[in-house]
Ligand binder design. Structure first.
Ligand SMILES: C[S@@+](CC[C@H](N)C(=O)[O-])C[C@H]1O[C@@H](n2cnc3c(N)ncnc32)[C@H](O)[C@@H]1O
Length: 267
């Protein structure tokens, strides 16, 4: 799955996100502060399973969510129901470049989601849709995990053979019903000019030591250099573009594994 959409967040992989990936305190603190600074309502773009959206709603923030994957969005609904949070009318299954919501937002944030799919044209279109969904003065915050320059050099080495071999084992987690879910991933390719990485994944469901299901998926991830993303944001009409380190608002450092790019709608 994912060949058409450029993402793999369906089926067993959506379940992994729902059951294994928990919100981190630093992410929630950053988002609380950002929404406090830029205002409500807010939109979680690529909200996935509601990992961040549902806790923010539970705290009383006015936040909506969109995501390309109906499976991820269904998990967000389930998480909201479990938390006793009213989410009806707040969620939509939409692509970034097809963003079309009835409200306008003071804050739009995308945590680890923007630039999945592997199309600079669609990413530029998505930035225009985001711009149109902000009120004047509103802010967008895009976080991603860029490879280091050493990773980039390794991935673009012409001697490197793609796809990489599959690992024999991968990370495993025990699910709520006692089944185990294992993820194996490998690099499928790398476009050094676009800085776009292709990845493949196999999700294996184990029950009592037996493999009972296997699903596969693929994902394309473009790692824009901050200056490229800055130019794209300015091209979409944004101003006051700023590049930050991971979830604190401080200046970025070369060793950072996460970059957050923020920008304001000027008028
Ligand atoms: C890495 S997950 C992050 C989810 C969530 N932001 C979080 O932090 O838990 C990326 C999410 O982006 C969504 N996504 C990927 N490509 C998308 C696109 N083109 N339009 C909308 N959502 C997309 C996936 O379905 C997935 O839920």
């Amino acid at each position: 799955m994912g060949e058409q959409t450029g993402t793999w967040h369906y089926g067993l992989i959506a379940r992994w996100w729902a059951e294994v990936n928990k919100p981190e305190a630093v992410e929630l603190a950053y988002l609380r502060a950002a929404i406090g600074r830029f205002g409500e309502p807010a939109l979680d773009l690529g909200c996935g399973t509601g990992r961040l959206l549902v806790p923010l709603l539970a705290e009383g923030f006015d936040v909506d969510g969109t995501d390309i994957s109906p499976d991820m969005v269904q998990y967000a609904r389930d998480a909201a129901a479990l938390a006793g949070v009213h989410i009806e009318g707040r969620l939509a299954v939409q692509t970034f470049d097809g963003l079309d919501r009835p409200r306008r937002y003071a804050t739009i944030f995308s945590i680890g989601s923007f630039a999945i799919g592997g199309s600079p044209e669609r990413d530029a279109a998505a930035l225009r849709r985001i711009h149109d969904h902000l009120i004047p003065g509103g802010a967008v915050l895009l976080s991603y995990e860029p490879p280091t320059e050493a990773d980039h050099a390794r991935m673009s080495d012409p001697a490197r053979i793609y796809p990489s071999p599959w690992p024999k084992t991968g990370p495993r987690a025990t699910l709520s019903d006692g089944d185990e879910l294992e993820l194996l991933s490998r690099a499928a390719g790398y476009d050094a000019n676009l800085r776009c990485q292709g990845l493949e994944i196999r999700a294996r469901l184990w029950r009592d030591g037996r493999l009972v299901r296997e699903e596969s998926g693929s994902l394309l991830n473009t790692y824009y250099l901050p200056e490229q993303l800055t130019a794209m944001l300015e091209g979409a009409g944004f101003g006051s573009v700023a590049v930050e380190g991971p979830y604190t608002g401080r200046a970025p450092e070369p060793a950072d594994d996460t970059v957050v790019v923020t920008a304001r709608r000027v008028s």
